[in-house]
Design a protein. Structure first.
Length: 515
């Protein structure tokens, strides 16, 4: 029965379409910066199991249009009809139940097939469907509840579509949003409220008719020529003369960035994917792969009112006639007042958080596994395998099988030639033990869930497989690579053939929503 839900490998290619004329392209630094809406729970309750508060949310996946380029309506898929979707924010320990309603077209405009989705909370696990298992899809007209325990330390997560073989197109079309967990340590140390800025950066390219162009260059990747900050091309943000915190998510489907400030002043990195680092790391420039999150502080008190500072990217431009991919957004310093008694306004903490994963020692590891990142016969593989092998085994075959609470070292080796791959491991936080036999970059010295595996690099990470049994994915987060078909799974705390009640394939199925 379920097999009918797994679409064939397919591509919506717009190679033959012409690009939007450069005279109609958005001009950098003309548009106003916006922050995506925060989602309010429609109901609050108490979990009868552990007595913890529960916030209930409703999100609807919709096909709509959005004015990204001034004067042009671009078709998008959006959570609640917006891109980025609404941000969900909770305190650690407050559970969230998100009812995800798929109200997307039953006929994809190009493929003619229904747009099936699976929602992954990247950076956590959800119950009982694990966390957006790719093949556990919901069809248009159905809905499903995702349960997020939020037991983890403060961090910037995000939710995005993970529908099997269509993740790249669905996320590129707009199904991506931020998700925040706060905790008391983070609240005491870092800017909050209007000085705590969610910042989702992505790229896009446009066809002459204003719709987004999807060309993944034979599944190599998509590099757009327009850079969006929270869905707005190259915006301008007014800032007060104090310290701001930016939660930067790169939600591009393939592009990595090298961020730096036009002034040469440092970005002070305070958090990696899975939360606060042991101590801040100032950098002039750093490399930020798609799906990674870095939080950094910028101290605007060192500038005069009226001064303009540009967040830049060291771009690797393709052969296009309208190239501003070296720019991201602009800050303009104002003399507007702010509460100077707020200790986070002027002080950069010297010590941040002491995350458990940073203390895992090599001697605790039960096994070191080697994962090869490679390309064979035009398909991307992980140690010679792909999601096709998982499907062929009726979702039983797993590349690794750690026990619950086991510590392991995984060594990821890039044998794919001139490509980099952001490799994401579901369920766990890891610590990068080494990069090519040397220590990780200082700015990566924090809890992570994605690693940038550069050309010919070999990375060792250590992690504990805690919290949940089950089957979880490991994949490349260059999404055209993931879809074709660079994704496999590991099994935690279960024997081969053993199902637990939370198994994604046997657990809660989507339910009929509205006709
Ligand atoms: Cu952000 Cu498996 O994904
Ligand atoms: Cu890849």
């Amino acid at each position: 029965g379920a097999a009918a839900l797994y679409g064939p490998l397919a591509t919506v290619s717009a190679k033959s379409a012409s690009r939007l004329d450069s005279s109609r392209m958005p001009v950098p630094f003309r548009q106003k910066f916006v922050i995506p809406p925060f989602l309010a729970p429609y109901k609050r309750g108490i979990d009868p199991g552990d007595g913890q508060p529960v916030n209930y949310y409703r999100v609807t996946e919709q096909s709509t249009t959005m004015e990204i380029v001034p004067g042009i309506k671009t078709p998008i898929l959006g959570y609640n009809g917006v891109f980025p979707g609404p941000t969900i924010s909770n305190d650690q320990g407050t559970h969230a139940v998100v009812t995800m309603r798929n109200q997307l077209p039953r006929k994809h405009p190009v493929l003619g097939t229904p747009i099936a989705t699976s929602t992954h909370l990247h950076g956590s696990a959800s119950l009982p469907q694990y966390d957006g298992y790719a093949s556990d899809t919901t069809l248009p007209g159905f809905k499903k509840d995702y349960h997020y325990p939020n037991v983890q330390d403060a961090r910037t997560l995000w939710y995005h579509d993970h529908g099997v073989h269509f993740t790249a197109q669905n996320a590129y079309s707009g199904l991506a949003a931020m998700y925040i967990i706060h905790d008391p340590v983070e609240k005491a140390l870092l800017p909050q409220g209007e000085f705590d800025i969610p910042l989702a950066i992505s790229d896009i390219q446009f066809q002459a008719n204003g719709s987004a162009m999807y060309d993944d260059h034979s599944h190599s990747g998509l590099w757009g020529d327009v850079i969006l900050a929270n869905g707005v091309p190259w915006p301008v943000m007014n800032v007060k003369r104090r310290i701001y915190r930016f939660r930067l998510l790169n939600c591009s489907i393939s592009r990595s960035f090298q961020f730096h400030l036009s002034t040469g002043d440092p970005l002070i990195i305070v958090a990696t994917d899975a939360g606060l680092m042991p101590k801040p790391q100032p950098v002039r420039e750093y490399r930020h792969a798609n799906s990674e999150r870095y939080e950094f502080l910028i101290d605007f008190s060192r500038y005069k009112p009226g001064q303009e500072i540009v967040l830049r990217n060291k771009s690797n431009p393709f052969n296009i006639d309208y190239n501003h991919t070296d720019k991201v957004m602009k800050f303009v310093v104002t003399d507007e007042p702010f509460n100077t008694n707020d200790p986070t306004a002027r002080t950069i903490p010297t010590v941040l958080a002491d995350s458990a994963v940073m203390h895992l020692a090599r001697s605790q590891s039960k096994i070191t596994r080697n994962l090869q990142v490679e390309r064979k016969n035009g398909e991307w593989k992980l140690s010679g395998k792909s999601w096709a092998d998982v499907i062929a085994s009726n979702f039983q075959w797993a590349w690794a099988n750690p026990g619950l609470d086991d510590v392991e070292i995984w060594e990821i080796e890039n044998r794919s030639g001139g490509w980099f791959h952001p490799v994401h491991i579901h369920l766990v936080d890891f610590h990068i033990l080494s990069r090519n036999g040397k220590p990780a970059f200082a700015y990566e010295e924090g809890p992570k869930d994605v690693m940038y595996v550069g050309e010919n690099e070999k990375i060792q990470v250590i992690m504990r497989f805690e919290h949940h049994k089950g089957r979880y994915m490991v994949h490349c987060h260059n999404l055209p690579h993931e879809d074709h078909d660079m994704m496999i799974q590991f099994r935690v705390g279960l024997k081969e053939g053993e199902f637990d009640p939370n198994d994604p394939i046997k657990a809660a199925r989507p339910v009929w929503d509205t006709p």
